[in-house]
Design a protein around this ligand. Structure first.
Ligand code: ADP
Ligand code: S3P
Ligand code: MG
Length: 181
């Protein structure tokens, strides 16, 4: 099944988008393994390129500098094929990034704010959530971004009832619906 899909995919990249905590980094790695694809995470790549953590980038250089680096990393990864690419939750904010995302299949991992908050309430690596009201912050970020995430080719709604393996199977099953061949 995965081998057949792999042939139909013809190396086209898969871009995972969605909110912080949606599972882009975690499920992306699993999806890549299942498809025999490589895996990259734009956050990891830009941390390596900058020699700084995302927290350091935000505090020392500001969000605008982070967004610039994020766009540069995205442009670089698009030159490769056969990749699952976990993006950062804010990649959808820049219009220019969409022309890169559209090089491949864009998959929105859609997860409710309550679940995101449960997953990230102890997290200290996401500067945008170092807020007095992190759940409210997640809610307002989702409100700002929902229409952008909705431009994905595929929307995968994830609930707590499902295992990661089941979600991966659902993603793999949904991909043929957006392939032209
Ligand atoms: N399907 C899932 N079920 C349960 N926990 C998950 C799932 N996906 C991710 N997580 C957990 O949520 C947190 C954030 O996941 P991560 O993959 O870093 O999200 P993202 O890259 O979208 O911000 C991690 O602690 C991860 O283990
Ligand atoms: O939503 C956002 O704006 C961000 C999401 C983070 O990545 P994850 O979505 O992998 O958490 C990271 O890029 C940065 O903290 C900003
Ligand atoms: Mg991530």
């Amino acid at each position: 099944m995965e081998r057949l899909l792999n042939e139909r995919l013809q190396g086209i990249n898969l871009y995972l988008i969605g909110m912080m905590g949606a599972g882009k980094s975690t499920l992306g790695r699993m999806l890549a393994y299942e498809l025999g694809y490589g895996f990259v995470d734009t956050d990891n790549l830009l941390e390596k390129a900058a020699g700084k953590t995302i927290n350091q980038l935000f505090t020392e250089e500001g969000e605008a500098a982070f967004r610039q680096l994020e766009s540069e990393v995205l442009a670089q990864v698009c030159a490769f094929t056969k990749l699952v690419i976990a993006t950062g939750g804010g990649i959808v904010l820049r219009r220019d990034n969409w022309s890169y995302l559209h090089h491949g299949i864009i998959i929105w991992l859609d997860v409710a704010v309550e679940i995101l908050y449960n997953r990230l309430s102890e997290d200290t690596t996401r500067p945008l959530l170092q807020d007095t009201d992190p759940q409210g912050k997640l809610r307002s970020l989702l409100e700002q971004r929902q229409a952008l995430y909705n431009q994905a080719d595929l929307r995968i709604t994830i609930t707590q009832e499902e295992t990661s393996e089941q979600t991966i199977t659902r993603i793999i099953d949904a991909i043929p619906s957006v392939l032209k061949n």
